[in-house]
Unconditional design. Structure first.
Length: 93
């Protein structure tokens, strides 16, 4: 599935981190954050970290990247979003 196809999906077809990423892609950071903070495990922590980096809260983002076992994001936010979406889609059954 491409990023464009992902963005075109109806929200009803998504759950967990993919739903959080979808809402962020729709421009609703608050909704994305609310969903991501309730997803357990490293995937939820990774999306949570990205969202805090996007918010500009780098200290909090760093904590969540650590919980996710991921390096702290450094580059373009949209590139990171696409990378996370791609990774999560590759795991989708």
């Amino acid at each position: 599935m491409t990023i464009a196809e992902f963005q075109a999906l109806p929200e009803s077809q998504l759950t967990g981190v993919l739903l959080a990423l979808w809402w962020d892609g729709q421009g609703d950071w608050e909704r994305a954050h609310t969903i991501a903070q309730d997803v357990p495990g490293q995937d939820g922590a990774w999306v949570h970290a990205y969202l805090h980096r996007k918010e500009g809260d780098l200290g909090n983002a760093s904590y969540w990247y650590s919980r996710a076992g991921q390096p702290v994001g450094q580059g373009d936010l949209f590139d990171e979003w696409k990378d996370i979406v791609g990774e999560m889609l590759s795991r989708r059954v």
